[in-house]
Ligand binder design. Structure first.
Ligand SMILES: Nc1ncnc2c1ncn2[C@@H]1O[C@H](COP(=O)(O)OP(=O)(O)O)[C@@H](O)[C@H]1O
Ligand SMILES: [Mg+2]
Length: 303
């Protein structure tokens, strides 16, 4: 089986781990390449059968499966490449639409809440006059403010003093930034669960604790991950959230609130260095196994 991992950087921990596990895999043996999506030229020649992807001067070989690991900074181009693979009939895990919908934090929250999954009260805003109303409608200060495309805790801020509002607002205005104003979940602050979902299963979970003086518990912000048995309600919620977004591989961030589990976001390209270290589980091998299973099912259904 031939697998392409779409990533800009072969040296990332997760890419190296995936390559190592793919190399070990048997039944089927997997030939795995890492392709930089930015080097892909997408060709539509106007005929249904003439579509393709060119890298350098060469057309790409036929792949059975593609695993997009696309960073937030190249979402648009990256998604165009993933879509092209879909057009060519290649099995893609995760799909274009699911990645696009989870990457935009507001779109993700809309889909979750439409599916009846609890999320923190949130308002998308950019208007001058609406800022205060937005803060009031999620319960007043303190609130969390988020940019739509942030990751690893970047672009997630805590607003807790009225005096800072005017300056923050002024800055947003001049940058023409849309932001989400969100209820600060005080009772669970500084802690959240990261559930790693593959297929219909939570395969690993960790509790992340923010360092002293920080409310964001991201590992990249110095948060510490420890192995936990995810409470049943959280497990169910993580699986439902993944399914609602149409993802097969996802990292779901959940917080404990008075009303039960709330989903903060669903990541379509979750890193797994932190969770492998915290849990001792081999996530890379589980991802490769899932892809091989998908490939088998697909081949079976085509026969
Ligand atoms: N509404 C909230 N209340 C309290 N803490 C929050 C809230 N939203 C986010 N956080 C904290 O900030 C972290 C980052 O937020 P998240 O929405 O997951 O963005 P990112 O994509 O940057 O990880 C979360 O893991 C959590 O610890
Ligand atoms: Mg997060």
């Amino acid at each position: 089986m031939r697998l392409a991992i779409l990533s800009r950087n072969k040296n990332l921990h997760s890419i190296r781990r995936l390559l190592a596990e793919a190399r070990k895999f048997r039944n089927p043996a997997i030939r795995c390449d890492v392709i930089n999506p930015l080097e892909c030229q997408l060709v539509l020649n106007g005929l249904t059968r003439g579509s393709g992807i060119i890298v350098g001067a060469q057309p790409l070989p036929d792949y059975d499966c593609v695993l997009p690991r696309i960073g937030a900074s190249i979402t648009d181009y990256g998604l165009a490449v993933v879509r092209q693979f879909e057009t060519l009939g290649v099995c893609v895990v995760n799909g274009t639409r699911a990645i696009a919908e989870s990457r935009d934090k507001m779109r993700c929250l809309q889909i979750l809440s439409e599916a009846g999954i609890r999320v923190p009260a949130s308002v998308l805003t950019r208007s001058q006059r609406g800022f205060r109303t937005a803060i009031e409608s999620v319960g007043g200060l303190p609130v969390v403010m988020k940019v739509l495309q942030g990751t690893q805790g970047r672009g997630v801020m805590l607003l807790n003093a009225p005096i800072s509002l005017a300056t923050v607002h002024e800055t947003l205005q001049s940058l023409e930034q849309d932001v989400i104003i969100q209820q600060f979940i005080a009772e669970g602050a500084g802690r959240d669960y990261r559930a790693f979902v593959i297929g219909n299963q939570v395969v690993a979970a960790m509790l992340r604790t923010a360092p002293e003086g920080e409310f964001r518990s991201n590992i990249h912000r110095g948060g510490e991950g420890t192995l936990v048995k995810l409470p049943k309600a959280f497990e169910r919620t993580a699986i439902r959230a993944t399914r609602a977004l149409g993802l097969e591989i996802a990292g779901v961030d959940l917080m404990e609130s008075r009303g039960g589990p709330k989903v903060l976001e669903v990541n379509s390209s979750p890193g797994f260095e932190g969770i492998e270290r915290a849990t001792g589980l081999n996530i890379a091998a589980m991802i490769i196994r899932h892809i091989a299973r998908r490939h088998r099912l697909r081949r079976g259904s085509r026969r």
